[in-house]
Ligand binder design. Sequence first.
Ligand code: JFZ
Length: 311
Amino acid sequence: EHPNIQWFKDAKFGMFIHWGLYSKLAGTWKGKNYYGSGEWIMNQAKIPVKDYRKIAADFNPVNFNAEEWAQLAEDAGVKYMVITAKHHEGFSMFDSKVTGFDIMDATPYKKDPMKALSAAMRKRGIRFGFYYSQFQDWYEPNGGRNTWDYDESKKDYQSYYRQKAIPQLKELLTNYGPLGIVWFDTPGGMTKEQTAAFVKELRQLQPNSLFSSRVGQGMGDYKDFGDSEVPPVPIEGAWESIYTHNDSWGYIAHDMNFKSPDEIIKLLANVASKGGNLMLNVGPDGSGKIPEYSVKYLQRAGAWLKKNGAG
Ligand code: JFZ
């Protein structure tokens, strides 16, 4: 058991944020609407890298306000937040020296939102962590699972890990203060030995930080259930259920299927009654605004929790 697991076991409620270039596409590519997983649009529409990279040139989230996002987290009563530093699309939402395909170098925004957000969260005493897609990287010739631009059989995953994933994770584990969680996802391309070496190398930088189970090979510090899944009976040990507020992780403009404050509280109670945490996702748009329904409903859920002594 991880020596720093107790805060997580006590947390009950977390906020997940999926935010990237896909947020700007908002579920639409070339006049066609997609539904269900806005962050997968590059894959669903098989958008070539040479077109996808152009989205960055217009990505300018001037409405992003770290204090507002952190305040929403506090109002909602969450005890931790995890945000996508790099999703499968391969775009880095932080200042990375490892690539030019990041928010500093490739967009007109030219600021690091993760710097501001990590600071705003620390100020409020809410744990902060990064989601990082360690294997799937649809931008890189050697990254996982882009088969529409690249030939899978020619890929050298180890070279991608050495040249991008590991150096970037080192940046994330070095430049943003103490992290509560590093949330890995969809493992691949590594043997058990390679995963062990990967985990060991990164742990040295932040021994106190928890690693999610999707680091692979059973080497995470707590269990994540499949998306939108709550176990039927109480489960021992540290675990988390992840849900999204509407039907997509990444922003989709035509998805209005938001869970009401009522439904959020029932879901939270269901997960808590089985002994786990609920990490509920919101998907800000490409301008940096969290959808109004997410703001309103999370605030109302948080107000209820406070009033009833659970906040
Ligand atoms: C992954 C991502 O592919 C997705 O875009 C999103 O970020 C989500 C939170 O995580 O999707 C998964 C990963 C694992 C399972 C389901 C969806 N699973 O184990 O059931």
